[in-house]
Design a protein around this ligand. Structure first.
Ligand code: TXA
Ligand code: MG
Length: 343
């Protein structure tokens, strides 16, 4: 199959929508990361997503809507506490988990009794959903186990010859996936942190929890509330190590580890904040940004770049977990397979 990459405009949106209606999959931009979409209600089309990504069948997909009326066919019941969240944060990077309606194919929910829904804010995503005339089931448009794509080029690198069309809407604004919030349990819980932060949600949800698996490896025998948590994610081929401690100590140890690796003939790089970049003069560095939001937005592109350069060791700093820092640390820890060094 030839994969075409086209800029978003009226003609290409119409083409993408007609491919979706014909049962094909299409990659499209959202404000978080690029998605690989199919008609939620067409199980055979959704199966093509799993095949193109080589995604484990036990990992459910998010359905994307452009209109609240599309909820009716997806969700059995909207709990009271969801309404103000939908009003405040939709459209935007917040995914809500509900009890699913009967018509949702098993493959979308990976057999669970729940379904996850989000209303993306990106105009191209909204237009595509409207023109397709159905909710679009879409995971991130990467091969399973690779960092999520934040540009159309990232999608092409993973999906070339596996899908017919990529809508190119430029780089994604947030650069990390949506916040996943579970409202089906006794206590509301963030299963995956993202652009709608804990601090933004907690005024609406007293007792809001952050799931244990957000900053720690899933304990042996523990049930993954979000099946995605048990699969290794965001994994570059090289080893990633997160250094945690006072900035001076982190910089000192990072330099020592870098220089040692270089002596051993290893390809090594440092991923850092603007604040520490001055400490690493003469070394191979990538500055992610000045704050957690900027750092999160640039993380996946940096990991893909370092991977392409064949880096064997990537040293990076821990950030605090307030605001977007929680999403950034969640992704960094997973990229590092929880290899953290306290200094
Ligand atoms: O920002 C995003 O959410 C992007 C864009 C394309 O919208 N999508 C995305 O999808 O990140 P994906 O499939 O890569 O990640 C969805 C995560 C997975 O960890 C999955 O296990 C979890 O959400 N999830 C989906 N449905 C669920 C459900 N019913 N119960 C628990 N977890 C669910
Ligand atoms: Mg994904």
């Amino acid at each position: 199959m030839r994969t075409e990459i086209v800029p978003v405009n009226a003609a290409t949106l119409a083409r993408a929508a007609s491919l979706l209606r014909a049962g094909e999959v299409v990659a499209f931009p959202t404000e978080t990361v690029y998605g690989l979409g199919a008609n939620t209600f067409d199980a055979a089309s959704v199966a093509k997503i799993f095949a193109a990504k080589a995604r484990p069948a036990d990992n459910p997909l998010i359905s994307h809507i452009a209109d609240l009326a599309q909820m009716d066919a997806l969700v059995a019941r909207v709990p009271e506490q969801a309404r103000p969240l939908m009003a405040a944060f939709w459209p935007g990077p917040l995914t809500l988990i509900f009890q699913r309606a009967k018509g949702v194919p098993d493959i979308v929910s990976a057999g669970l009794s729940t379904v996850s829904v989000r209303m993306p804010a990106h105009p191209a995503a909204q237009a595509l959903i409207r023109q397709a005339g159905c909710p679009i089931a879409a995971p991130s448009a990467n091969r399973s186990g690779r960092p999520s794509p934040t540009t159309a080029e990232h999608v092409l690198a993973d999906m070339d010859s596996r899908i017919p069309l990529i809508l190119d809407g430029g780089p994604c604004g947030f650069g990390v996936e949506s916040t996943v919030l579970d409202l089906t349990g006794d206590v509301p819980a963030i299963l995956r942190p993202g652009g709608v932060t804990f601090e933004m949600l907690s005024p609406y949800l007293p007792g809001l929890q952050v799931d244990d698996a957000v900053l720690r490896p899933l304990q042996e025998g523990a049930l993954a509330r979000s099946p995605g948590m048990k699969h290794r994610h965001y994994a570059p081929r090289g080893q990633v190590v997160v250094l945690r401690g006072k900035p001076d100590a982190v910089a000192l140890r990072t330099k020592a580890l870098y220089d040692k690796a270089l002596d051993e003939g290893k390809r090594v790089a440092i991923l850092c904040s603007r604040a520490l970049s001055g400490d690493y003069e003469g070394r191979q560095i990538r500055v992610l940004g000045a704050d957690a939001g900027e750092m999160a937005a640039n993380l996946y592109d940096a990991l893909r770049g370092l991977d392409a350069e064949g880096m064997e060791l990537i040293l990076t700093e821990a950030t605090d977990t307030g605001g977007m820092g929680l999403a950034l640390m969640n992704r960094l820890l997973r990229a590092a397979d929880f290899d953290v060094m306290d200094v």
